[in-house]
Ligand binder design. Structure first.
Ligand SMILES: C[S@@+](CC[C@H](N)C(=O)[O-])C[C@H]1O[C@@H](n2cnc3c(N)ncnc32)[C@H](O)[C@@H]1O
Length: 239
């Protein structure tokens, strides 16, 4: 797989370093400065990178192996598995992988349609977070076990069990009859009158965060955030 840009390479290195074959940088000093600024944990890998021209504007790219498909998540899981029912846009599918990884979902599976779950557009949209959780293709309604909750604007305000399969419909046609028939519950996210639907990645984000509370905080490279102790802290003048 070709990983384009600093963030995609960073995520692959953090979550699956054994799969990363070659890291390349256009300008070693600039790449190390970027790592020092944004992600010091990946600095040592960039220091050892091959130096050659790189098309991405961050001057960083990598080649990585695609992991073997981990189909265990289809049978059992401790956080939701997200299924995309025949998505059309690689960017949307990538955004779903990204938010699923962030929210601590068990995996993402594509069902039907022609999109390759590991296609270049999808990988670009996920910022390399395909390496943080299983991303599968060719999964149908009879392949999954556990409660199936489908997302649809015409449903109800139902809970999302931790081990659920959360199914989201396609951009144009919504949910297919096969997944509707397999559904144990239909979850609807409230919208203001006149709005017909949410973007599918936005719907997945809202559903996952609505039910999960905080995702597992296994690691963080972010600087500590100062707690806000009063409302004046929020609107106060800059110091
Ligand atoms: C862009 S919408 C699809 C709109 C499509 N024209 C339709 O008829 O359903 C993509 C998917 O996002 C999910 N979705 C969008 N808005 C939603 C809402 N308010 N509540 C629950 N799911 C929603 C549904 O799974 C939907 O199939």
């Amino acid at each position: 797989m070709h990983l384009e840009g600093f963030h995609a390479v960073k995520h692959a290195l953090r979550f699956a370093p054994a799969l990363v074959r070659e890291v390349a940088v256009a300008d070693p000093a600039a790449a190390l400065a970027l790592a020092a600024d944004l992600a010091p944990d990946v600095g040592p890998w960039l220091a050892d990178a091959v130096v050659r021209p790189v098309a991405h504007h961050t001057g960083v790219e990598a080649v990585a192996r695609r992991p073997a498909p981990d189909a265990c998540v289809l049978r059992a899981r401790t956080s939701p598995l997200v299924v995309l029912d025949a998505p059309r846009s690689g960017g949307n599918a990538g955004a779903v992988v990204r938010v699923a990884a962030a929210a601590g979902a068990s995996g993402v599976a594509l069902s039907g349609g022609t999109l390759d779950p590991w296609g270049a557009d999808v990988l670009r949209g996920s910022a390399g977070l395909h390496y943080a959780l299983p991303v599968l293709g060719g999964v149908g309604p009879t392949d999954v076990r556990g409660p199936v909750v489908v997302l649809d604007a015409g449903g109800e305000d139902v809970p999302l069990p931790a081990g659920a399969v959360l199914v989201v419909g396609s951009e144009r046609h919504g949910l297919s009859p096969a997944w509707r028939d397999r559904a144990d519950a239909v979850l609807s996210l409230p919208m203001r009158e006149g709005v017909s639907s949410l973007n599918l990645a936005t719907a997945v984000a809202a559903a996952l965060y609505r039910s999960s509370g905080r995702p597992p905080s296994s690691r963080s490279s972010a600087a500590p955030v100062r707690p806000v102790s009063s409302i004046s802290d929020i609107g106060g003048s800059a110091t």
